[in-house]
Design a protein around this ligand. Sequence first.
Ligand code: ADP
Ligand code: ZN
Length: 294
Amino acid sequence: MSEGLFGAIEAGGTKFRVAIARGRDVIADTTIPTRTPHETLTATIEFLRTWEDIRSVGIACFGPLDLDPASPSYGSITSTPKRLWEGTPVLAWVRDALGIPGAIDIDVGGAALGEWRWGAARGLDHFVYVTVGTGIGAGLFIDGAVHHGTGHPEMGHIAMERVAGDKYPGRCPFHGACLEGLASGPAIEERWGMSAGQLSDRPEVWELEATYLARALRTFTYVAAPQRVVLGGGVMQHGGLLDLVRMKLEEQLAGYVTSETLRGPLEEYVVAPAHGQDAGLIGAIALAMEAANA
Ligand code: ADP
Ligand code: ZN
C-alpha cells in the first residue's frame, strides 16, 4: 500500500530536509540545519508531529550507519567525523518519538531506492546510483534490492590511479587521494582555488574530473556488472560533464565488453537521476512506504 501520509527525512551533514508526502507527492516540507542531534532531531520530530495519521517514516541518512538488522545499535550513526553525532540512534529516536514504523538507509541507498521506484532506474534489477557533491557516495542496487553487505558499501573511498602530472594530494581525512579525496566538489575547489561552480570555462578542470569519475565507473562496472549507472550530485550540474564522463568511460573500457548493455553508445548506460537534487528526499518516501508494508 502506498496511500496515505508518510514522513520523509533526508538527513544530511549540513541540513535535514523533512517532508510530509501523500503517496509519493510532497505536500509540506521544511529544512532544518544540522546542529546537535538533540536540536535537529527535536525540530524534525516537531514538524512531523503537526500532522496526524502519518503511517510511517523513512530516513535517508548520512553515515556511516549501523545497518546490521541483528545489531543492538541498528539505525545508529557509527564512527563519523561529525563527533557530536557519533552513536546517535537516529532511527530509534525518530520512530519511538512518533510511535510509528520506520526505516532507515544510507543516503545513497535511499536515493537508489527512489530512482528505482520512480526514476531513472525503473524496472532494473542491478544498477549503481552515484552522487558527486560535497562527498562522493554510491548506492549499489543488486538483484532487486539495495545491497548492504555487512553495513553498506563505501564506493566513494575506492583507491584511484592518479592522472600523470596531478600533484594534488587529495583531501579525504582517511585516505588522502581516494575517489572522494580527488574528485569531490571540495577537492575541485581546493585543487583549482575556486569553487566548482566558478570553473565552468576551464576545460582542463572538467577533463581531469571526468577522467577520475570514468575510472571509478570502470571499477564499478567491472565489480558489479550493473545495467545502468545513475550519476548525480551538485558537481554533475556542470554542463557537458555527463557526456565527457561517458566518452572517457568508453575509452577506459577499451572495447572489453562484458554485457550487451556496454555494446552500444553509453547514453543509456550512464544517465542523470530523474529526481536530481531531490533523489534523497524521494528515497526517504520510498523507505517510509517499505516500513509501512513491512
Ligand atoms: P551534498 O553532497 O552536500 O548533498 P551537492 O550534491 O549539492 O551537495 O553538491 C555540492 C557540490 O556541488 C559543491 O562542492 C559545489 O561546488 C558543487 N556544484 C554546485 N553547482 C555546481 C555547478 N554548476 N558545477 C559544478 N559543481 C557545482
Ligand atoms: Zn576516502
